[in-house]
Design a protein around this ligand. Structure first.
Ligand SMILES: Cc1ncc(Cn2nnc(CCOP(=O)(O)OP(=O)(O)O)c2C)c(N)n1
Ligand SMILES: [Mg+2]
Length: 561
């Protein structure tokens, strides 16, 4: 036999988790002890549960799954935000919450860390709305199957799940875990559905003259990046990526045609996709933000959409089709059609050479981007925070092997600080660069202290433009002004005479170059470089994008007849 806590620990490790992110609370302390007993599981203690959940979300981006352990209500409610992100970003994060002793509800008692009612199920009811599976362990004999069910759904659907462990359950006795295969729930694609879908898709593609390919962010959660590359090289057409799919297709590939984001695309991706008469969309997510206020969405007659588990195009819809399966078989069946690549090569322009600015001149956004670009290597993972950082990040050229992380679906400002920390815990050999605005940074700044504690050499470019510039470009008002901080000085606060974090201010190109040199040398802790630029010194893409998003937000209500 074993205990519920030890059972859960074994399953977390078998699912691929080596670190869980946590803030202790009296409802989860015994459970945390049980998790710590597992030799291959180590806790990471965040400053708060919001950051915990984002750190787990970041960990899942590199490890494929993550776990966050919080206390009831006061912990879980903050963690819900990161779970919402995991849901929107298709990341399997296991939210584990301690909860009241199972005797308390029947004893009709009032408890701390609750909303002061006798019903303690409200958290579970809320969790059901933002997870693919939610369970409460009320009897130890049910624990094995409930835990397996939640983790199995989480892995299969690439969505978060919820496991509630009452404080008197963690050390309760239950059956030991069976083989890991009970966590795997790969539903095979029915052969006849796959062949029908591929046959119909080949006919549809062949009925068009100049197809292109568009990679979307779900390629990653569907583990379909290799299959997508195979299809691209079979078709030989021009290939663009959505902004949240940047780095999911190699940017040094001769077929790469840029990031497609409507009028704020890079490398003329919009010109070639809008020239094409069919875009094969793989794992794409079309939202107001990713289509620049709905201005970058081809008509459905020009789209074949292969999603994580279904394929649809005019007159056809096929379900229960694994994206990787579909793309692999399609790659074997399509005939070459390089018309869009030939046309793209006519449009292709060599990137403008941005000259180094006078090192003594006030730093500009352009000079900042030029210097950050030079830092990116195949081992770099670049985190781009909501804000003008999205546009600065999307415009960076990635060498083969470099990776890009962005939270465009959920878009919670501040995500990048804890998420890049969690990612660093999961991928110690990656060189992480985080681009984050001053407004976002103020949301989750505490987690830099955990980067100091864990000695993570993350380079944080804190773009201080004295306010919420992205919001200014959507819709300005006094609410977009924030109190300025002395951001670089924070590192002394977080070091507290024992850490190796470094903080620098960069007001000129020369100061930035100097700070970057010191950051590269600092391998035993984070380096925060506060770049002070003019409030209105933003990308023109942000201005264009903000305009169309504001138009989309301003559409008048539909007239009721
Ligand atoms: C949790 C949360 N609250 C509010 C928002 C709305 N929002 N989106 N972007 C912003 C401003 C971001 O400002 P910064 O980080 O300074 O970025 P930039 O100035 O654009 O470089 C807000 C306030 C949001 N995206 N997430
Ligand atoms: Mg700002």
């Amino acid at each position: 036999m074993t205990t519920v806590g030890n059972y859960l620990a074994t399953r977390l490790v078998q699912a691929g988790i080596k670190n869980h992110f946590t803030v202790p609370g009296d409802y989860n302390l015994v459970l945390l002890d049980k998790l710590q007993e597992h030799p291959e599981l180590e806790e990471v203690n965040c400053c708060n549960e919001l950051n915990c959940s984002f750190a787990a979300e970041g960990y899942a981006r590199t490890k494929g799954i993550a776990a966050v352990v919080v206390t009831f209500s006061v912990g879980a409610f903050s963690a819900f935000n990161g779970i919402g992100s995991a849901y929107g970003e298709n990341l399997p994060v296991i939210l584990i919450s301690g909860s009241p002793n199972t005797n308390d509800s029947s004893d009709h008692r009032l408890l701390h860390h609750t909303i002061g009612t006798h019903n303690y199920d409200y958290q579970y009811e809320m969790a059901k709305q933002i997870t693919c599976a939610a369970v409460q362990i009320k009897y130890p004999e049910d624990a094995p199957s409930l835990i397996d069910y939640a983790i199995r759904e989480c892995l299969a659907k690439k969505k978060p799940c919820y496991i509630e462990v009452p404080t008197n359950m963690a050390s309760a006795i239950c059956a030991p875990p069976g083989p890991i295969s009970s966590l795997v729930n790969s539903v095979p694609t029915p052969k006849d559905v796959l062949s029908q879908a591929v046959n119909a898709s080949v006919d549809f593609i062949n009925s068009h003259l100049k197809p292109t390919l568009l990679a979307g962010p779900k390629l990653k959660c569907a583990d379909a990046q290799k299959a997508f590359l195979r299809l691209a090289e079979a078709l030989k057409c021009a290939v663009a990526v959505q902004p949240a799919a940047k780095s999911m297709f190699p940017e040094d590939h001769p077929q790469f045609a840029g990031v497609y984001w409507g009028q704020v695309s890079t490398k003329k991706a919009d010109a070639i996709l809008e020239w094409s008469d069919l875009t094969i969309c793989a794992g794409c997510i079309f939202t107001d933000y990713s289509t620049t206020g709905w201005t970058a969405l081809q008509p459905s007659s020009h789209r074949l959409e292969a999603d994580a588990d279904n394929v649809r195009f005019p007159g056809h819809s096929f379900d229960q089709i694994g994206l990787a399966n579909f793309l692999n078989v399609l790659a074997e069946r399509v005939s070459e059609n390089d018309k869009s690549l030939i046309e793209y090569n006519r449009l292709r322009q060599s990137p403008p050479l941005i000259k180094a600015a006078d090192p003594k001149a006030a730093i500009t956004r352009k000079e900042m981007a030029r210097q950050i670009q030079q830092l990116i290597t195949p081992k770099t993972t670049l985190f781009a925070e909501t804000g003008d950082s999205w546009f600065n990040g999307v415009q960076m050229d990635l060498p083969k092997g470099a990776l890009f992380e962005v939270e465009m679906q959920w878009g919670h400002i501040g995500w990048s600080v804890p998420a890049s920390l969690g990612y660093a815990v999961g991928a110690p050999d990656r060189r992480i660069i985080t681009m984050v605005g001053d407004g976002s940074f103020q949301m989750t700044a505490q987690e830099v202290s955990l980067m100091v504690r864990l000695r993570k050499p993350i380079i944080i470019f804190l773009i201080n433009n004295y306010g919420y510039t992205i919001e200014v470009e959507i819709h300005d008002g006094p609410y977009n002004n924030i109190k300025n901080w002395n951001y670089a000085a924070l590192m002394e606060v977080f070091n507290a005479n024992e850490g190796s974090g470094k903080g620098f201010k960069a007001r000129t190109g020369g100061e930035l170059a100097d700070a970057i040199e010191k950051a590269q040398a600092n391998v035993s802790g984070p380096t925060l470089i506060e770049i002070q630029i003019n409030r209105d010194d933003c990308t023109n893409e942000l201005i264009t994008w903000g305009h169309f998003v504001a138009l989309a937000n301003a559409r008048p209500p539909k007239k009721t007849t």
